[in-house]
Unconditional design. Structure first.
Length: 123
């Protein structure tokens, strides 16, 4: 039962942080294309799902969340390199911020899953 609770909780928080990330991304002056919105939400949902099914032994839960967030944000970060160049926000900074924020979302997903809802990883 703990495995199912962990998977469901982490995935739900992945979806929630996907919408948070979408809200942050769409706060700029330009409207986001629907495909980018779907990519953002599904990418963060994938982080939650991966955290939920992962049995990696990385020590503390925080390390696990950071690493999983980083790993699963890299593909989306590469797509950010294809964005049009903006004098206020370069493609390199888009790549870096996508990975860093993915790590933060992974940390928060793991925090809520492991600490708040007490659905710890299987030993």
């Amino acid at each position: 039962m703990n495995k199912a609770k962990r998977l469901i909780t982490a995935t739900i928080f992945g979806v929630a942080f996907g919408f948070v990330c979408f809200g942050l991304a769409s706060s700029g002056p330009d409207k986001l294309h629907w495909a980018i919105a779907v990519q953002i939400i599904t990418g963060r949902t994938l982080i939650g799902f991966a955290i939920g099914i992962s049995t990696l032994k990385l020590g503390h839960w925080s390390i696990h969340g950071l690493v999983m967030g980083m790993i699963f944000s890299i593909p989306m970060a590469f797509s950010g390199l294809m964005a049009p160049e903006n004098p206020e926000f370069s493609t390199a900074s888009m790549f870096a911020w996508t990975v860093v924020l993915g790590m933060i979302y992974g940390l928060f997903i793991e925090l809520f899953t492991s600490v708040v809802f007490k659905a710890k990883r299987s030993a």
